[in-house]
Write a protein that binds this ligand. Structure first.
Ligand SMILES: Nc1nc2c(ncn2[C@@H]2O[C@H](COP(=O)(O)OP(=O)(O)O)[C@@H](O)[C@H]2O)c(=O)[nH]1
Ligand SMILES: [Mg+2]
Length: 281
């Protein structure tokens, strides 16, 4: 069956319709937000598993060549834990959903999600919706005990992606609490998520502050809004923080690119110096 595309205001309803049309094992290829004359609508594209595998990512022309190469190596004992931290609105939850569902990132891995953003209204729903779409388990933790239980329930996963609250300056205690929860999960990687258009002095301050939270990578988002900005990538080289992934739009999961793809695009649009590759893990 070819790909079925449904449009409407209610994602949950669209998913049900997709399952009715295709069957219970319908694979969701993308969920996209559309601005229409009737307001915000959603587009869900779905296919049966065979067509979905064949359609691959040709639905969109997004360069994905290097994404697989940018997936981390699996760990031998226990799930690989990757947390995304960073300012509110940077794109953490959206990027997490892209990573969880993009077939070229963790395709074939058993993925689980843990949400620690219990502070912001709607944050849990946002994460749960993405998890429901992708049919992957999602745990929400409010404190240390919850977290241990959540971690235990996801023990059979190959990778656990951890969503965290923003770092609003006025809520230092909340932030520290969330940092402690992240550390309790002993993440292999902690990616600081920063929009590409962030002024370099602000990005530098965020990085300095987040070093205490044990960040291992930068993840640069929203390149569609600042296609010519390379300031945050420059910082990654200067400060020795590798970049594995970048994002370039709101569409889950397709607006995700490997750092290599982004750097190649930046080099084409502006004659950039060398050095990013050393920072790219
Ligand atoms: N233009 C653009 N918007 C994005 C991108 N990634 C996320 N967003 C949007 O940024 C807003 C905040 O994203 P969200 O994931 O909730 O941020 P969080 O607070 O860090 O979890 C949402 O409207 C997203 O759709 C991107 O790469 N480009
Ligand atoms: Mg969020």
């Amino acid at each position: 069956m070819p790909i079925k595309t449904l449009v409407g205001p209610n994602v949950a309803l669209l998913l049900k319709q997709a399952q009715t049309a295709i069957g219970a094992d319908a694979v969701i290829l993308h969920v996209r937000r559309l601005r229409t004359a009737d307001g915000i609508q959603f587009e869900v594209a779905a296919a049966d598993p065979t067509s979905a595998a064949r359609s691959d990512l040709t639905v969109r022309g997004t360069p994905t060549r290097a994404l697989e190469a940018m997936a981390p190596a699996p760990v031998a004992n226990g799930p690989l834990v990757i947390a995304l931290v960073g300012p509110t609105g940077a794109g953490k939850t959206t990027t997490l959903a892209k990573l969880a569902t993009h077939p070229r990132v963790f395709g074939g891995w058993r993925v689980g999600l843990i949400g620690l953003d219990t502070f912001r209204i709607g944050a849990i729903e946002q994460l749960r919706t993405y998890a429901a779409i992708a049919r992957i388990p999602c745990e929400i933790a409010y404190g240390g005990d919850d977290l241990d239980q959540a971690r235990a329930r996801l023990a059979d996963r190959d990778v656990i992606l951890v969503d965290t609250p923003g770092r609003s300056a006025g809520h230092r205690l909340d932030r520290e609490f969330a940092q402690q929860l992240v550390q309790r999960l002993e993440p292999r990687e902690v990616h600081l998520v920063i929009p590409a258009g962030t002024a370099p002095h602000l990005a530098r301050a965020m990085i300095r502050e987040s070093r205490q939270a044990g960040i291992t990578h930068l993840l640069v988002t929203k390149f569609d809004e600042a296609p010519d900005e390379s300031g945050v990538l420059d910082l990654s080289v200067e400060l020795g923080l590798p970049v594995r992934w970048t994002t370039e739009g709101q569409d889950v999961p397709f607006d995700l690119a490997s750092a290599d793809d982004r750097i190649a695009a930046s080099r084409r649009s502006r004659q950039l110096g060398t050095g990013y590759h050393e920072a790219v893990a």
